[in-house]
Design a protein around this ligand. Structure first.
Ligand code: 4NP
Length: 164
């Protein structure tokens, strides 16, 4: 199994969107050897569902976010992941502080590094929609979708290469 975790601040907006969308794309592609989860750097929302605005924007685009429960990232679990994907550079810094080995540090990337347009534009952070409105949640979802499409293709390519 390849294991991917998506990280944001509260695990109620950005990283649940990323988890649900990546899983959906992999399911659609028939890829069943990638485990996806998500967590927050903070502990404020542990056990809560995703923000209602997250569930609503996911639903408008055909995804089901109703089963999500927020959790906090535990740095002692680094070894169990292949990729630890951060929404913004603040999360990257927090993850780097928690990583104990170079191998763990090498797993940390920004999610939008998988979106070629974001790379070309140099807009690699996923802005927090929490303080915003519907338009911010819509923008966030479309940025997450673009990155997850790139990530799903790369994961598929890696798996195809490994099996050939
Ligand atoms: P997220 O958004 O990190 O995308 O889940 C936030 C959710 C909650 C808070 C901050 C950001 N908060 O401060 O509680």
């Amino acid at each position: 199994m390849t294991r991917v975790t998506m990280i944001c601040s509260g695990n109620i907006c950005r990283s649940p969107m990323a988890e649900i969308i990546l899983r959906h794309l992999l399911d659609e592609a028939g890829v069943d050897s990638v485990d996806v989860d998500s967590a927050g750097i903070g502990d404020w929302h542990i056990g809560e569902g995703a923000d209602p605005r997250t569930v609503a924007v996911l639903q408008r685009h055909g995804y089901d976010g109703s089963a999500h429960r927020a959790s906090q990232f535990d740095a002692s679990t680094f070894a169990s992941y292949d990729l630890v994907l951060a929404a913004d550079r603040g999360h990257v810094r927090a993850l780097q502080r928690g990583a104990r080995t170079d191998a763990d540090r090498a797993k940390i990337r920004l999610l939008r590094e998988y979106d070629p347009e974001a790379v070309a534009a140099g807009t690699l952070e996923l802005d927090d929609p929490w303080y915003g409105g519907t338009a911010d949640f819509e923008r966030c979802l479309s940025e997450v979708e673009a990155a997850c499409r790139g990530l799903a293709s790369e994961l598929q390519r890696d798996l195809d290469r490994a099996s050939s």
